[in-house]
Design a protein around this ligand. Structure first.
Ligand SMILES: Nc1ncnc2c1ncn2[C@@H]1O[C@H](COP(=O)(O)OP(=O)(O)OP(=O)(O)O)[C@@H](O)[C@H]1O
Ligand SMILES: [Mg+2]
Length: 234
């Protein structure tokens, strides 16, 4: 069964066509990387899936209209603006999403940020805040996770840890994951599939598609040469 199905999706914001007639499906239980240059429409696509933008076409979650199914979607935004006049601890912030304190404790442990529980949200580093937003997304026990550059501010140790957590969620709970990233050398090690977006869909297939020079050229509109990984040994 497909967790997500997008058919002939067109998104226009103002006068601009941001997403140009794309169709794809995410089979349940898969991890898919969403790759593309700045301004390609990746964030707009994720926001449209959670119902933030109007569109033409069809978006289905487990065969139902996506607007009926938003409770099944966990979403980690690329940017998050904190309200400076609302001083909240991490725990209080998570309680706004789910009142069940036991579940909050579990989510904090699962995302390995238990030590941040009583910290003021405004005093977190960028990487720590990203992890809290991730904890918030999994608190709702989603069937699909949409992650928009969730480790862009995270150090390399934290990134590895993050990917392990995602893998666990995917393998143990069959959560379907769509994740945007610019780190194609990291993302290819744990995503099975890739969608390449630059307004239109440039590729949709196994993650190995990402290392075809002609696809990268189409995606980034310039010549891209892939060097062999063992180059430093020459
Ligand atoms: N709320 C909005 N209203 C109007 N235009 C928007 C809005 N949000 C994004 N856009 C435009 O849509 C286009 C795609 O933006 P989007 O944020 O989806 O790019 P992206 O692929 O996520 O890029 P990045 O890699 O920089 O995150 C851009 O031209 C942007 O200016
Ligand atoms: Mg973006």
């Amino acid at each position: 069964m497909n967790a997500l199905e997008v058919k002939n999706l067109v998104v226009k914001l103002g006068e601009q066509e941001i997403i140009r007639n794309i169709s794809f499906a995410l089979p349940e239980g898969t991890i898919t990387a969403l790759i593309g240059p700045n301004g390609a429409g990746k964030s707009v696509l994720l926001k449209t899936i959670i119902g933030l933008f109007p569109y033409q076409g069809e978006i289905k979650i487990f065969n139902e209209n996506h607007l009926k199914m938003v409770d099944f979607i966990g979403y980690v935004p690329q940017t998050y603006v904190l309200d400076p006049v609302l001083p909240l601890t991490v725990f209080e912030f998570l309680k706004l999403t789910n009142n069940d304190e036991k579940k909050i404790e579990i989510a904090l442990k699962e995302t390995d940020i238990y030590e941040l529980k009583n910290k003021n949200l405004a005093k977190l580093s960028g990487g720590q805040l990203q992890r809290v937003l991730f904890a918030r997304a999994i608190l709702a026990e989603p069937k699909i996770l949409l992650l928009d550059e969730p480790v862009s501010e995270t150090d390399i140790v934290g990134q590895k840890e993050f990917y392990e957590i995602i893998k666990h969620l995917n393998q143990e709970r069959k959560v379907t994951i769509l994740i945007t990233s610019h780190e194609i050398t990291i993302i290819h090690t744990f995503a099975q599939r890739v969608l390449c977006l630059n307004k239109s869909l440039v590729c949709d297939g196994p993650i190995t598609e990402l290392f075809k020079e002609e696809i990268l050229k189409k995606l980034y509109q310039r010549d891209i040469f892939i060097y062999p990984f063992n180059r430093h040994e020459e």
